[in-house]
Design a protein around this ligand. Structure first.
Ligand code: AMP
Length: 189
C-alpha cells in the first residue's frame, strides 16, 4: 500500500492536488472535511454537532474524526493505498492514525507538506467561498480562526512526521501542474 498524508494550512491546495494524485496512483481519498460535510448534508446527529464547530472555524473533537477514519479504513481493506487530506490535524490524531494503520499491518510512507503564505491562503479561500457555498470560506474572521487553529494545533503535526524522517516540504504557490509534478517527484523518490 502507498499511504500518504497531504498536509498544509486551509487553502494550501490539498483537495486539488489529492484529486490528481488519486487518479495517477489509484489511491482512496480520505478527507475528513469532506466526510464531515457529507454528515451535515445527511443531517446526522454527528453532522449537526460538527457543523457548529466548523462554522466557527474550530476543529471538531479528535474522537469524531478518528472514528470516521477507522471505519473508512475497515471499509476499504483492498485499497491500493490512501491519501489522507485534512487529517491528522493534531498530534493525538497522528498517533491514532499510526495505531489504526498498524492494526492493518500498514503505515504512512510520507507526509507531503504544501507551503503557502497566509496572505495567499486568505485570498484563495475568499475566492473559493464565492462558489463553493462553504460558509467557512466566506468570512475573513472565520478564515483567520481556521488559520489560527492550524498554527496552534496542526502545524506541530509536521514535526511528528519529521521525527520519523517522513516529512517532505513542497512549494505550494505556483501553477497546479508544477506543484503536482513536484509532489510526484517526492512520492517516486
Ligand atoms: P477542511 O475541509 O479540511 O478545510 O475542513 C473543514 C472543517 O472541518 C475544519 O475547519 C474543521 O472544523 C473540520 N475538520 C476537518 N478535518 C478535521 C480534523 N482532522 N480534525 C478536526 N476537525 C476537522
Amino acid at each position: 500500500m502507498l499511504n500518504l498524508v497531504l498536509f498544509g494550512p486551509p487553502g494550501a491546495g490539498k483537495g486539488t492536488q489529492s484529486a490528481k494524485l488519486i487518479e495517477k496512483y489509484g489511491l482512496v481519498h480520505l478527507s475528513t472535511g469532506d466526510l464531515l460535510r457529507s454528515e451535515i448534508a445527511a443531517g446526522t446527529a454527528l453532522g449537526l454537532e460538527a457543523k457548529k464547530l466548523m462554522d466557527q472555524g474550530m476543529l471538531v473533537p479528535d474522537a469524531v474524526v478518528i472514528g470516521m477514519i477507522d471505519s473508512k479504513l475497515n471499509a476499504n481493506k483492498n485499497a491500493g493505498g490512501f491519501i489522507f487530506d485534512g487529517f491528522p490535524r493534531t498530534i493525538a490524531q497522528a498517533e491514532a492514525l499510526d495505531q489504526l494503520l498498524a492494526g492493518h499491518n500498514e503505515g504512512i510512507q510520507c507526509m507531503l507538506s504544501l507551503r503557502v503564505t497566509e496572505e495567499e491562503l486568505t485570498r484563495r479561500l475568499l475566492l473559493r467561498g464565492k462558489d463553493s457555498g462553504r460558509a467557512d470560506d466566506q468570512d475573513e474572521s472565520i478564515i483567520r480562526k481556521r488559520i489560527q487553529e492550524y498554527e496552534n494545533k496542526t502545524a506541530q503535526v509536521a514535526g511528528y512526521y519529521a521525527a520519523q524522517g517522513k516529512l517532505r516540504e513542497i512549494e505550494g504557490i505556483g501553477e497546479i501542474e508544477v506543484i503536482f509534478n513536484a509532489l510526484c517527484a517526492e512520492i517516486e523518490a
